[in-house]
Design a protein around this ligand. Structure first.
Ligand SMILES: Cc1ncc(COP(=O)(O)O)c(C=O)c1O
Length: 393
């Protein structure tokens, strides 16, 4: 029994909570807010959220719905027009036909993970995730007593999860599923169509669930992203309105699941959440048509990306993952530190730049990485370069 459990008076907290760590990006956010309360200027490069508001059409649709007055529960799987609209999105964007009944509307992709993991995996089963990778995967799996099996990513593999690595990990100790992400947080790398198809084929052959986090789709700077559904109709696809649609605070997302999972997930959703929030569903429905506004915001990210990729190497941050998509730079800062938490703390204190320590994404190599989000303004990116110049020695 661990020390902190023993030390608390009264009934002890569940042991699994010892394995659930905090989200360092959110801890940096709190430290940055405290610095701002002291009157200091802070540039927020730590949190992965668009600084732009939700598109105007979204806000108008919600105002109209509010005026109608009644905000009630909906069906647990979401309102039918939204599920149909999401199915149409797959047809129009990827040329993939899915029945609207396979779409589950969720309270952000975060709730989608809980629904997916609970319905796919039993306690103790193993699911492959990557390092670096999105930290909540590990923590949600741990909270559900499912074992994360970490696959370290390699430069030689283009920083992506490969079919070969899955095959090898499964041979060493059996997996029950994999969780792939493209474009990726924090690296910004994308799994190309062929590599995604190879992952799907490997999962089918080995009898593994293929969960694909596609939350950064729409935010790519070259080739568009492919959905796992193109090559694998049995994949469980997770997506959200948080990033490309600029709707983090609306807490709305979706998953696409094979038909045999719909009813089990419906039973879970009914019991865990009753339904996703009605107003956010109205908002999400309107978000699909706001293409021009979304693309204008993305063009801003593209400018920020170009600026940072050009300027950071000039001030001493030279080793970065390629940024195919999303809005992050994940940089190796080994020449400055081997303790990214202390480094980011000092950077915040001395320059007012809030960045996320790599240890959030990779418990080993992350000690010498940091992540900068460029989802804010171009001015913020310029100011970041200015302030770091001279500080990085
Ligand atoms: C890769 C990835 N997946 C999922 C999420 C969760 O997003 P949300 O719950 O807002 O949909 C995030 C948030 O940063 C993310 O980066």
């Amino acid at each position: 029994m661990s020390k902190s459990i023993v030390a608390t008076p009264g009934p002890h907290i569940a042991r699994r909570m010892e394995r659930v760590s905090s989200f360092l990006a959110m801890d940096v956010l709190s430290a940055a807010a405290a610095k701002e309360r002291r009157g200091d200027s802070v540039i927020h490069m730590e949190v992965g959220q668009p600084s732009a508001p939700a598109p105007r059409a979204v806000r108008e649709a919600v105002k109209a719905a509010l005026d109608l007055g009644r905000i009630g529960y909906t069906e647990a799987l979401g309102i039918a027009p939204l599920r149909e609209r999401i199915a149409r999105h797959y047809r129009e964007t990827y040329g993939v036909s899915i029945a609207p009944e396979r779409v589950v509307v969720t309270t952000g992709s975060s709730a989608g993970f809980v629904l997916a993991f609970l319905s796919l995996f039993d306690a103790g089963q193993r699911v492959a995730i990557t390092a670096p990778g999105y930290p909540a995967y590990r923590n949600i799996l741990e909270a559900l007593d499912i074992e994360p099996a970490t696959i370290p990513l390699a430069k030689a593999d283009g920083w992506i999860m490969t079919a070969d690595a899955i095959e090898k990990a499964h041979a060493e100790k059996p997996l029950h599923g994999i969780l792939a992400m493209s474009p990726a947080n924090p690296s910004g790398t994308m799994i190309g169509r062929a590599a995604l198809a190879a992952l799907g084929e490997t999962c089918r052959r080995l009898g593994l669930w293929f969960v694909s986090d596609e939350i950064y789709h729409g935010l790519t700077y070259g080739e568009p992203a492919s959905t796992a559904l193109t090559s694998d109709d049995d994949a469980v696809v997770i997506n959200s309105f948080s990033k490309y649609y600029c709707m983090t605070g609306w807490r709305i997302g979706w998953i696409v699941v094979p038909e045999r999972l719909v009813r089990p997930i419906e039973r879970l959703a009914q019991n865990l959440y009753i339904s996703p929030p009605y107003l956010s569903q109205v908002a999400a429905l309107a978000a699909f048509d706001a293409v021009d506004e979304r693309e204008a915001i993305k063009a801003g990210y593209a400018r920020n990306r170009a600026l940072l990729l050009e300027e950071l190497p000039r001030i001493g941050i030279t080793d970065m993952h390629p940024v195919d998509g999303a809005f992050y730079i994940y940089a190796d800062v080994a020449r400055y530190t081997n303790d990214s938490i202390a480094f980011c703390k000092r950077m915040l204190e001395e320059t007012g730049i809030a960045a996320t320590p790599g240890l959030d994404f990779d418990p080993i190599e992350g000690a010498h990485y940091l992540r900068l989000s460029f989802a804010g303004s171009e001015n913020d990116c310029r100011e970041t370069v200015q302030r770091l110049k001279g500080w990085l020695k």
